[in-house]
Design a protein around this ligand. Structure first.
Ligand SMILES: [Zn+2]
Ligand SMILES: [Zn+2]
Length: 366
């Protein structure tokens, strides 16, 4: 089955392109057209085509056959020769970075620390000291895992590659399965005489103390990432990250919505009608706020800049919203009842008499 696809055109290289050029072109195109990163509906087909072209042009024998006969296979589908995942891995991380899976110790785990802070600290920012157990580098062997005076040796099973490949013939052609070397667990080397402190792991558990700076404006559920502060890997592998997950306590009277603070103030009927001044809690302390005569329930008074600092835009701060509710009294003294009856009479509002026993007792007591 001869193919009509021009592999050189697919990779956008000259017919005489050197191997390095082909590899470079493939990496760039594969990154660009990988269906995980490219939303174009054609991306998947394009990606397959790019891989197909690379599989043929990167193999000297198949490339020569393609150049001569216009097909890479003696009667086969060129796509069938797809060379396995390691090549895609190469394309994404570059030959060197892929070494993290080839003969280099794996990185350490990320850690999560749950930090509880007060409502005020979340708004103003704070420094906190935290302690946590973590795998750190073994000082005795400097992380190598080998007893001082000895060195790790190349793993005999994978010859230092850190991975083993199994080539299989399938109906679709050759499949290459790549797995982490079981003997060295991907390190590429093995320790023959382990360090006594760490038993060859190259790391030991200890308690670490860190000062964490919490920026103003942080909110419940936010995480602060401290790279390289997680666990170090086995045998000198790079450290993971520490994620500090922030939990913010609630405030007795203030509510928070992002950068906005909300305070619900209940005032009396007379205060709403005649106007007054009330104390409002803010992060910097109490603040006096004027209630104008004739204030309606649900009125919002905004204290500009008294909210929460914006986490990413310095100098930008939200507002404190005072929402006014009007409390209707449920228990009235005789004097209050008389005053309200007088008010009702003055405004021609028909009202009910309090005929309950409790009301009568109250009237008697005055
Ligand atoms: Zn050690
Ligand atoms: Zn190995």
């Amino acid at each position: 089955m001869a193919t009509k696809i021009d592999y050189y055109a697919v990779l956008n290289v000259e017919r005489g392109a050197a191997d390095g050029e082909i590899k470079k072109a493939y990496r760039r195109l594969a990154q660009q057209w990988h269906p995980d990163v490219n939303d174009d509906p054609a991306a998947s087909a394009r990606f397959t085509e790019i891989n197909e072209a690379y599989q043929v042009l990167s193999d000297p024998e198949r490339r020569q056959r393609y150049d001569l006969f216009g097909t890479a296979e003696p009667g086969g589908d060129p796509a069938a020769g797809f060379g396995g995942f390691a090549d895609i891995f190469d394309a994404f991380f570059g030959g060197n970075a892929a070494g993290s899976r080839r003969g280099r110790p794996a990185g350490g785990s990320d850690l999560r620390y749950d930090l509880r802070i007060s409502f005020e600290d979340a708004i103003l920012g704070v420094e906190k000291e935290i302690d946590f157990p973590v795998y750190g580098r073994c000082e005795t062997c400097s992380g190598s895992g080998a007893k001082p005076g000895t060195s790790p040796v190349t793993c005999p099973q994978c010859n230092g590659r850190g991975e083993v490949r199994a080539v299989r013939q399938t109906m679709l052609g050759q499949m290459v399965n790549v797995a982490t070397c079981p003997q060295c667990r991907g390190d590429g080397t093995i320790v023959e005489t382990p360090c006594e402190t760490c038993k060859g792991e190259g790391r030991v558990e200890r308690t670490r103390t860190l000062r964490v700076s919490i920026p103003p404006g942080i909110d419940e559920g936010h995480q602060i990432r401290l790279s390289n502060e997680g666990e170090v890997g086995r045998r000198g592998g790079p450290a993971g990250s520490l994620y500090v997950a922030v939990h913010v306590a609630t405030h007795p009277t203030l509510k928070r919505e992002g950068t906005e603070l909300i305070y619900e103030a209940t005032i009396g009927l007379a205060q709403a009608a005649l106007g007054t001044r009330i104390e409002v809690p803010t992060i910097g302390g109490e603040e006096e706020v004027e209630i104008k005569p004739g204030t309606q329930p649900g009125t919002e008074i905004r204290l500009r800049g008294k909210g929460v600092p914006h986490l990413r835009r310095s100098g930008v701060r939200g507002d404190l919203h005072v929402i006014i509710d009007i409390g209707v009294p449920t228990h009235l003294s005789k004097a209050q009842r008389e005053a309200l009856h007088a008010y009702a009479a003055a405004t021609d509002e028909p009202v009910s008499e309090d005929t309950s026993i409790l009301g009568k007792v109250r009237d008697k007591l005055g």
